[in-house]
Design a protein around this ligand. Structure first.
Ligand code: C5P
Length: 331
């Protein structure tokens, strides 16, 4: 009998992300909008294990952030689809058994589903008999979703554009504490883009002096805000980020989600209170919502009042990610 030295699987840390800045640009002919965003990796993450020594295809999810209603069909899970795509692209593996220990709140702008998919790609590529080059892996990630390329990359901080698939890694910033306000429900991404387009169309109609009927998009395409240009050194300090930080979805998410409506003003006020003590602090919402956050220096604490236990809203302390954690083969 021969004993194979090939790993039987791999364990991967799958970090959450925050968007420190998010501009929604014009709607493209594909129907999708171009984005400009500043991605940040967090220490908070899921634990993903992929076994490749069987012939079945399986996925099991558990853990503290597992929603009571489950996560739907395994085949529809982005992590499953990532493994399938990897197998299609490389001819390996035949079977995969993915287990996800979920710590990132689901559907909340923290990239939870995307990071599990990115972890599957990173993990499989780390132990594959014929691994893909970095460019192929990024392209595969881009086909799975806007946040997956950043989370597959080796960047702690990156400027993203296009659909979030074009990336420029930036030098990491000093560590900070991050206090997340998480909700049981996210904001529906399509509804958030739709609401933003409607508001912009109405604003453009008013600016043209036309009668504002409230009818979205009948005659004019969604107006994109003036594109800003940034240079690679634009985000060299937390002070730079603090002045640039803005998320276009913050105009619509409070209308779509009562939790954001209540907590976004609170995290902003808390950041302002901390800034008044002479430190850098940012209050924001991530992605298209709903998670809100205060970013503040390590060693400082927020005065945010803890939500009622069982209300679905929770304060979750974490920090910025200190390093990229390499996949760990299971021998
Ligand atoms: O990426 P996802 O499928 O979750 O997006 C849901 C919807 O949000 C899309 O169908 C599209 O209407 C909108 N969207 C967009 N531009 C993007 C991402 C999503 O218009 N860059």
């Amino acid at each position: 009998m021969t004993v194979s030295s090939a790993p039987r699987g791999v364990r991967v840390h799958a970090p959450a992300k925050l968007n420190l800045l998010l501009h929604v640009l014009a709607r493209e002919t594909s129907g999708y909008h171009g984005l400009e965003t500043l991605f940040l990796r967090l220490a908070l993450g899921d634990h993903v294990t992929i076994r490749t020594d069987g012939h079945e295809r399986e996925l099991a999810v558990s853990g503290p952030a597992m929603p009571p209603g489950g996560l739907g069909a395994p085949e529809a899970n982005l992590a499953w689809r990532a493994a399938e795509r990897f197998a299609d692209a490389t001819g390996w593996p035949d079977g995969f058994a993915i287990t996800i220990d979920k710590h990132i709140p689901v559907g909340g702008g923290l990239g939870g589903g995307s990071t599990d998919a990115a972890a599957v790609l990173r993990g499989l590529n780390a132990i594959a008999p014929t691994p893909l080059g970095a460019d192929r892996l990024l392209a595969l990630a881009g086909e799975l979703g806007a946040d997956v390329p950043f989370l597959v990359s080796d960047h702690l901080l990156a400027w993203g554009w296009g659909r979030g698939d074009r990336l420029l890694g930036l030098p990491p910033l000093p560590p900070m504490a991050v206090t997340l306000v998480t909700f049981a429900e996210g904001v529906n991404t399509g509804a958030a883009f739709g609401a933003l387009a409607t508001i912009r169309e109405q604003r453009a109609a008013r600016q043209r002096g036309a009668q504002d009927t409230g009818e979205p998009g009948t005659a004019h395409p969604a107006a994109a805000p003036g594109a800003k240009s940034y240079v690679a050194t634009a985000f060299s300090s937390w002070l730079d980020v603090m002045f640039a930080s803005a998320n276009d979805f913050e105009t619509v998410a409070p209308l779509l989600h009562t939790g954001v409506g209540r907590w976004l003003p609170l995290v902003r006020a808390e950041a302002a209170r901390l800034r008044a003590t002479g430190v850098a602090a940012i209050g924001l919402m991530s992605g298209s919502g709903a998670t809100c956050a205060v970013i503040h220096p390590a060693g400082t604490v927020t005065d945010l009042e803890p939500p009622v236990p069982g209300s679905g809203t929770a304060l979750l302390p974490t920090t910025t990610a200190a390093a990229i954690v390499a996949p760990e083969p299971i021998l």
